[in-house]
Design a protein. Structure first.
Length: 147
């Protein structure tokens, strides 16, 4: 799920399309990566005839639908412990204290606090890589395997 979730969460329809000579966006999967294609939920191709007689033109219309981005990003955030369910907040006094502290902060203070958390997380990841320490899942408290 992590890499798949990233592919979906940060997908951009521009990665699966190009502009033709008239400036119209057309589907072009020639250079799409595996991750970009993973973000595709559905592709529909319709053929129809426009006009009559010898002026009739066979038209091909294609449509690409991407997986929902918000749901993928939310799942990733929960997996990394950035979003906690209410049941965890009620059971953990430390989380209640952190939530109350964040609620009292200004947006600038929350931004600075987030930057500090990111810095500490990067330090922890670097330390774990050097010492081969296990990374712990933010919600389950279990070691994350395969990292």
């Amino acid at each position: 799920m992590p890499l798949f979730g990233l592919a979906i969460g940060f997908a951009n329809i521009a990665d699966l399309t190009t502009l033709d000579d008239d400036g119209h966006r057309v589907i072009n999967l020639d250079n799409a990566t595996r991750d970009q294609l993973a973000a595709e939920q559905e592709m529909t191709v319709d053929y129809y005839t426009e006009g009559k007689g010898k002026d009739a033109l066979r038209v091909k219309r294609a449509k690409v639908k991407l997986h929902p981005k918000v749901a993928a990003l939310e799942k990733l955030a929960r997996m990394f412990g950035w979003i906690m369910d209410g049941r965890y907040l009620q059971q953990d006094d430390e989380l209640v204290k952190i939530t109350a502290r964040l609620a009292k902060m200004t947006p600038e203070q929350r931004r600075q606090d987030a930057e500090d958390v990111i810095r500490r997380a990067k330090e922890r990841l670097a330390e774990a890589a050097r010492e081969e320490l296990p990374l712990i899942d933010g919600q389950t408290g279990e070691a994350i395997k395969g990292v």
